[in-house]
Write a protein that binds this ligand. Structure first.
Ligand code: 1CP
Length: 346
């Protein structure tokens, strides 16, 4: 529709309206692929950057200015609320989050869950300050807040760092279900506090990242994970996106009842198939294959057009990648995708 600011495309798509063209943003648009990000980060550790309001705000704004995307995603990390809870965690360059004391036993769980999640809310002032600064700069462009889902956070916390199959976290569910539920319930409250800090300060929507949920069976997802993810997301009143990787078998469950307004789909499942699995009353987000960002433009453009066409099977579509921007991506390719989509009416 003429006269409707493009700024509202994301919220319209999330609430089930179908704008003339889908809004577009990219997971991990802030950060590693941008030379201006690498310049700003010199000499500052990742988690210190996240907790320095001016830096976090500037890094959030960089990709919005450069690419002209239809939304910002707050620059932070899923482990920031754990740092705010007093847990000893660092992000090692090239590796990811590493914990000094992995949480493996019932007594480890008792130790960390003794921290009141209210302390995370109290310690989140740098987050609120950064979000306020971003929102006032963004004007009509919405800001998406985010948090890690309890399972993905537990996958790091129980292993002590990145892992391939998240075996220790999945084992805890069956070896000591009471300890698992205590841990996941606490993580849900911590992520909820982090989401609330961002929405209180002006974020217009949120995304819950359950990046590693694809390693779970449907039965384990339902029994041990979905209720905790639902609790985390239900803590905010703004529209909610729920994303996972390798989750074709979990898509209907990732709606979390009706808690998620949109479900993010990785590159493996065509969006029309995802929409059929999800039903008519949910928005889909995705799902450009990050590998195709290295393909010749004609090949990538044809893929983007195919994603847009299949996305029309859902009630509404938010164009994104099927996972985060790879660090070595040529950022001019992302700008070109945005220009291509902005020139395409659906
Ligand atoms: O030094 C650096 O630049 C560190 C790289 C980096 C960055 C830029 C990390 C370490 N985190 C981030 C920012 C980040 N993390 C954002 C920023 C906003 C944006 O999307 O633009 C977001 C949303 C996240 C969320 C995040 N962190 C997820 C979920 C999304 C996903 O990609 O699946 C996960 C799994 C993490 C853990 C993490 N943090 C960093 C790394 C390298 C990892 C992954 C490690 C692994 O492979 O297990």
């Amino acid at each position: 529709m003429d006269g409707v600011p493009t700024a509202s495309l994301l919220l319209r798509a999330l609430t089930g309206d179908r704008p003339d063209r889908p809004p577009v943003w990219f997971m991990r648009q802030a950060g590693r692929s941008l030379p201006e990000y690498r310049d700003l980060r010199v000499g500052t550790r990742m988690l210190d950057a996240c907790l320095t309001p001016d830096l976090a705000a500037e890094i959030t704004l960089q990709p919005v200015r450069r690419h002209g995307v239809d939304a910002g995603i707050f620059f932070s990390d899923i482990v920031v609320p754990l740092r705010l809870a007093g847990i000893d965690v660092e992000i090692e360059p090239g590796r990811g989050p590493v914990f000094a004391n992995p949480v493996r036993t019932a007594s480890d769980v008792a130790r960390i869950t003794a921290v009141d999640p209210g302390e995370v809310a109290a310690a989140a002032e740098p987050i609120r300050a950064a979000v306020r600064a971003v929102v006032s700069e963004l004007g009509d462009t919405p800001l998406i807040g985010f948090a890690g889902a309890p399972f993905t956070l537990a996958a790091y916390l129980v292993e002590g760092g990145p892992s391939k199959e998240h075996l220790r976290a999945r084992a805890m569910m069956h070896a000591d279900p009471a300890a698992w539920h205590a841990l996941a319930g606490w993580l849900a409250q911590v992520s909820a506090a982090f989401l609330q800090a961002q929405t209180d300060a002006g974020a217009s929507a949120v995304q819950l990242f359950d990046s590693w949920a694809g390693s779970l069976s449907v039965a384990d997802y339902r029994a041990f994970v979905a209720p905790h993810s639902q609790a985390a997301l239900a803590a905010v009143t703004v529209p909610r996106i729920h994303f996972g990787v390798g989750t074709a078998h979990l898509l209907p469950d990732m709606r979390l009842g009706t808690t998620a307004d949109a479900v993010g789909v990785d590159w493996r499942t065509p969006l029309d198939e995802a929409a059929a699995a999800l039903g008519p009353d949910v928005t889909v987000q995705g799902n450009i294959d990050p590998a195709l960002l290295r393909a010749p433009w004609e090949v990538l453009a044809a893929h983007v057009d195919d994603v847009l066409r299949r996305g029309r099977a859902a009630r509404a579509h938010i164009l994104n990648l099927g996972h985060g921007v790879p660090p070595d991506t040529d950022p001019t390719v992302l700008t070109r995708i945005v220009e291509h989509v902005h020139a395409t009416a659906s």
